[in-house]
Unconditional design. Sequence first.
Length: 69
Amino acid sequence: MSFHDETEPLLTPSEVASLFRVNPKTVTRWAKAGKLSCVRTLGGHRRYLESEVRELFEAAEGDAERRGA
């Protein structure tokens, strides 16, 4: 969990999952494992920093291209 700049867009687990084509529960597991940081809303829901998600996505895309996928 981290603090964030109020102006930075936050993504829901479903939005992150859609980008990576995984189940939203997988995104939650990534957060619990420390692969992706999250911000908690007042209601306790996880939200993800768009910039961090984009960086992770671009890194994953680069890995896939290097593997020939």
